[in-house]
Write a protein that binds this ligand. Structure first.
Ligand SMILES: Nc1nc2c(ncn2[C@@H]2O[C@H](COP(=O)(O)OP(=O)(O)OP(=O)(O)O)[C@@H](O)[C@H]2O)c(=O)[nH]1
Length: 226
């Protein structure tokens, strides 16, 4: 679902409606982790979230407008956990009206840069500042992800520089590729989910086979490139 095109009110009300109708059944409790993925345009936020949720790399993508949702339910130590990834627009003109929505009730933040694009790395302080301005508290887990490691020949951001930056902001740092199969994308998000599991995030009551389905139409409706 591209919430940017659907209007702000629609997004919030559909989420709230889903939650309240689920609660009225009150059968199974499922934890939902809301993770926002932010960074400059073109760094691969859509591809990373798509890779985690579908195990595929999308053949083609378009610039995200507003925010897209993808989610995947995983089993962690016998508990069903729904990981809800909010794939946000990197382009300023596509984010303005949505920003306050996706910074609400965030459980974790994934900052993404492109290892072949120094400017995307240099933008990170601005993204961190935006989180700060939207009152993301310091105890919300954050990770730094350098994407497009399959393009090592074009690297502009050395690993040690990124690691230093991550250390200075007390974030774990990972380098990966959404494009290359088996390049730890799964492990990165699962590591975050494990960390969140030990926190106490939003708990929703839901009927057994009902899901809060936000992923009604991701922008990447293209054949899988795997
Ligand atoms: N080689 C390579 N290309 C990638 C990788 N991840 C994404 N891309 C490409 O980078 C371009 C941008 O990817 P997106 O996932 O749409 O980028 P985004 O950060 O979501 O961009 P916005 O929606 O504008 O914020 C696309 O052409 C992808 O195919 C990767 O790991 N390796």
């Amino acid at each position: 679902m591209s919430a940017g095109s659907g209007g702000d009110g629609g997004l919030e009300s559909s989420l709230e409606a889903s939650i309240s109708s689920s609660c009225s059944f009150g059968v199974t409790r499922a934890r939902i982790f809301k993770i926002i993925v932010i960074g400059d345009s073109n760094v691969g936020k859509t591809c990373l979230t798509y890779r985690f949720c579908t195990s595929c790399f999308p053949e083609r993508t378009e610039a995200t407008i507003g925010v897209d949702f993808r989610e995947r339910t995983v089993d962690i130590d016998g508990e069903r956990i729904k990981i809800q990834l909010w794939d946000t627009a990197g382009q300023e003109r596509f984010r303005k009206s949505m920003v306050h929505h996706y910074y609400r009730n965030v459980h974790a933040v994934v900052f993404v840069y492109d290892i072949t694009n120094m400017a995307s790395f240099q933008s990170l302080p601005a993204w961190i500042e935006e989180c700060k301005q939207h009152l993301i508290s310091n105890d919300v887990p954050r990770i730094l992800v350098g994407n497009k490691c399959d393009l090592l020949a074009c690297i502009q951001v050395p690993t040690d520089m990124a690691q230093k930056f991550a250390d200075s902001h007390s974030m774990p740092m990972f380098e990966t590729s959404a494009k290359r199969t088996n390049d730890h994308v799964e492990a990165i998000f699962m590591t975050l989910a494990h960390k969140l599991k030990s926190h106490k995030p939003l708990i929703l009551s839901q009927p057994p086979d009902s899901t809060v389905e936000l992923n009604s139409g991701p922008k990447t409706l293209f054949p899988c490139g795997c």
